[in-house]
Design a protein around this ligand. Structure first.
Ligand code: AMP
Ligand code: MG
Length: 354
């Protein structure tokens, strides 16, 4: 059966309908300022299990618990460290997730078996109203099938979740386009577990020096347990394999053109991810090399625009007949850590240096 889709602009009826489904243990996908979330009652283990089933997500990959005011988290966390308070005052509501020691109220089904819980207070009005109507904290991972790019518009959620969940709230295209920054404040030293639009520099201005988890930049082997268990899985990936080419702009373009030539001999189409500034390297060869599909991810200098378009571009290749995708390495601007991290994971860390 098709999943019910309702438009966010209908307002209160949508919030109340969503809240009622969530209270009864059902699943509702809704927009947030980062990406679309797939919500279920965080205190109901069977709702959390339904989330893992709908996403096809490994059950050791914990869920982020969403709240609509700070009081809501008090029963869920053992204590709030001083540095966490400072971060909450500076960045909540907003795209920052904090990891705390959990209390017994939070089921292990929600935390993937961990003694810590991830908490986020979103700024998006629709997300907050839905949580408020539900009256319970809401576990809400990104509303994609596990391993696929996160959804940044309701159509993406329909593609992945139609028939698997109870309702989808269509709030149009989201603002930021990459998931929240995650900071673990449960140990001695605060540690960034996932980069996002709240950057390391912004965090350090508030609490001083923080570390980035090694797994952000390195491929984590299957045998070690990273701090954010999600890090060990291939993520954000389009259907065709993705390779990143890194180096000087012109050398990168020439390497990508070589790959296209090779693939032309094999009668294969190649997807290219480039910027407004580098697009012409490829378009000017289009007469000879007609086996390329070019997608511009944004302006080289505008990392917010690139983050906003990233998952949309990756998903858009799924409806093109490409056998591989090659992306220029994008590593400029304030969101560079977040963009690099998502692209590297989407590529399974396949990168060619030229
Ligand atoms: P998603 O909700 O799909 O954006 O993914 C949630 C991410 O948060 C995953 O990568 C998890 O590993 C991470 N996460 C959630 N809870 C915890 C926790 N208690 N400790 C460490 N990482 C967490
Ligand atoms: Mg996710």
């Amino acid at each position: 059966m098709d999943t019910l889709v309702m438009k966010e602009e209908q307002g209160q009826v949508v919030y109340e309908k969503s809240g009622a489904i969530l209270r009864e243990g059902g699943l509702v996908a809704f927009p947030t300022e980062t990406v679309y979330g797939l919500g279920g009652n965080a205190l109901d283990k069977s709702a959390s299990q339904k989330i893992y089933t709908a996403k096809g997500r490994p059950s050791d990959n914990p869920l982020i618990v969403h709240i609509c005011n700070e009081e809501m988290m008090l029963p869920l966390v053992a204590y709030i460290p001083e540095k966490a308070k400072l971060l909450m005052d500076s960045f909540w509501p907003g795209p920052l997730t904090l990891i705390f020691k959990k209390t017994e109220f939070v089921p292990y089904e929600t935390t993937g078996g961990l003694d810590t819980v991830a908490i986020r207070f979103p700024s998006h009005i629709c997300a907050r109203k839905i949580i408020e109507c539900a009256g319970v904290p809401i576990a809400a991972p990104s509303a994609n099938v596990s391993g696929r790019p996160s959804p940044t518009m309701a159509d993406h959620v329909v593609e992945d979740m139609n028939g698997r969940i109870d309702m989808i709230v269509d709030g149009g295209s989201v603002g930021i386009g990459v998931e929240s920054t995650i900071v673990d404040v449960s140990g001695e030293l605060p540690m960034i577990l996932r980069p996002g639009s709240i950057t390391k520099e912004m965090i350090e201005q508030v609490i001083g020096s923080v570390k980035m988890d090694e797994a952000i930049t390195k491929k984590v082997s299957d045998t070690v347990a990273p701090k954010a268990p999600g890090m060990k899985y291939r993520h954000y990936a389009p259907k065709a394999p993705l390779t990143i080419v890194s180096g000087n702009e012109e050398l990168v373009a020439s390497k990508i053109l070589d790959i296209i030539k090779e693939k032309k001999e094999e009668n294969q189409m190649v997807g290219i991810i480039c910027t407004n500034q580098t697009k012409s390297f490829y378009t000017e060869k289009k007469d000879d090399l007609n086996n390329m599909v070019i997608k511009v991810i944004g302006d080289k200098q505008d990392s917010k625009q690139i983050a906003h378009n990233l998952y949309h571009v990756l998903r858009a290749f799924d409806s093109e007949n490409v056998s591989i995708i090659v992306s220029e390495h994008i590593s400029t601007g304030i969101l560079k850590d977040a963009i690099e991290n998502r692209l590297m994971k989407a590529a399974g860390h396949k990168i060619i240096y030229v």
